[in-house]
Design a protein around this ligand. Structure first.
Ligand SMILES: Cc1ncc(COP(=O)(O)O)c(C=O)c1O
Length: 405
């Protein structure tokens, strides 16, 4: 039996983050490095055969990357700029791959100059460019998935059919590249274990075909998609992803794919939100609680916050983050629509996703926004309507002398 990691995940161990939220006098994003480290360790323990390459886009914050690098993580980078940031952690270039199938000649040449030799691809055009600007490199072909079961399917822009993959890896081999492997991404905030099951079946069939054609990959990248655990759906209901089941399917899939391939296979995973989402929070404040009538006569209460879609809560139209009103724990509540501070109508929770808000809440009161550590910093605009990016702080991590936390 596999030991359960439940106590390490999710909503359970957030005392340090809560203390930091309570101590914050001004708005800020706070990342709990120890929480991120525990999440990383738990994932490694669950999937001991897989190397982790953190998808930087989920949290391109130097301290977070430094901490993950110290723990042994590599990085999934999507541009030369991200590669430079990853290298600043001191990680070896071999632990960085260029995971973006979209790249210009210049991007490829720059990544190669920086020492990266692993490139994701999904087209023969991209392979030809890699062969020219990153000669001899390893390529892994991204296979399209349906994205079913995920909040963000990622099914259109990336990945090719298995038939195309044969052509893509064949052209890589012919061009002097190493047709090193296959990758998939089952969609971000994936909510079903079946998505990995289906992807693994597709990969198994494709491995057999590739082997038959004399292409024997040495690695499989099972992508991102592992979920945040403590966010709510658009209407405010807990999402409760079946994490244990997902990990079981992945473990079994690793064995299955190893059994199919004619040579040993290494496995990579490039989680983003799963490592950071539940270990970042925002200290925001109330702009105002208002009440007004819609055109159909129905009264609606609205809670406007100091942060929203353009400065920390980019995904607020697809999910809800748990809110806490630390200075107003009891009393009467109204059900309100929550929105950010800008003059933009997308900057709001779904209108049918009411949140219980204390009636006495006043402009300036602190609000804690939980589990928003993923995609908060990266998706922040430079000053939409003049609202500047939130400053961030990190808690935990190594002691200043370089020792343990
Ligand atoms: C190539 C790649 N890998 C990993 C990720 C991380 O995904 P997630 O945050 O769902 O784990 C993404 C996200 O878009 C991606 O494009």
């Amino acid at each position: 039996m596999h030991a359960s990691t439940a106590p390490l995940f999710g909503w359970h161990d957030h005392s340090a983050l809560r203390d930091a939220l309570a101590a914050a006098a001004e708005d800020a994003i706070i990342y709990d490095l120890d929480g991120i480290g525990r999440q990383y360790a738990a994932l490694c323990a669950e999937l001991p055969g897989a190397a982790i390459r953190f998808a930087m886009k989920a949290c391109p914050v130097d301290e977070v990357l430094d901490h993950l690098a110290r723990l042994g993580s590599g990085f999934d980078a999507a541009s030369p700029q991200e590669i430079v940031q990853a290298l600043r952690t001191g990680v070896a270039p071999e632990l960085i791959h260029y995971g973006n199938t979209v790249k210009s000649d210049r991007n490829i040449a720059e990544a190669y100059r920086l020492g990266v030799r692993d490139f994701a691809t999904d087209s023969r055009e991209d392979v030809a460019a890699i062969a020219e600007h990153a000669p001899g490199s390893r390529v892994f072909c991204r296979i399209a998935t349906t994205g079913d079961g995920a909040l963000w399917g990622l099914s259109h822009k990336f990945g090719c059919s298995p038939e195309d993959a044969l052509r893509v890896l064949g052209s890589a081999r012919a061009a002097g590249l190493v047709p090193s492997g296959l990758s998939v991404h089952v969609g971000s905030q994936q909510m079903t274990a079946e998505a990995w099951g289906e992807a693994i079946e597709t990969l198994a069939a494709l491995l057999e075909t590739l082997n038959w054609h004399g292409i024997v990959p040495d690695r499989i990248n099972l992508g991102g998609g592992l979920p945040a655990l403590s966010v709510l759906d658009r209407r405010g209901r807990p999402l409760e992803p079946p994490l244990d089941k997902m990990l079981t399917v992945i473990r079994e899939g690793v064995e299955r794919l190893r059994a199919v391939n004619a040579a040993p296979l290494d496995f990579l995973l490039e989680p983003g939100r799963h490592l950071v989402a539940d270990h970042g929070a925002i200290r925001a404040h109330v702009a105002r609680l208002t009440s007004r009538h819609r055109l159909d006569g129905i009264r609606e209460d609205w809670l406007y916050l100091s942060c929203g879609k353009f400065n920390g809560l980019y995904e607020m139209d697809q999910l809800q983050y748990r809110l806490e009103f630390p200075t107003r724990p009891g009393g009467q509540f109204v059900n309100a629509v929550v929105a950010g501070p800008t003059c933009d109508s997308d900057d709001a929770y779904a209108q049918d996703g009411m949140v219980r808000v204390p009636c006495t809440i006043a402009s300036g009161d602190p609000v804690w926004v939980h589990s928003c550590g993923a995609y908060a910093a990266a998706y922040t605009t430079q000053g939409f309507n003049g609202f500047a990016p939130l400053p961030y702080t990190c808690i935990g991590g190594p002691a200043p002398d370089g020792g343990g936390a």
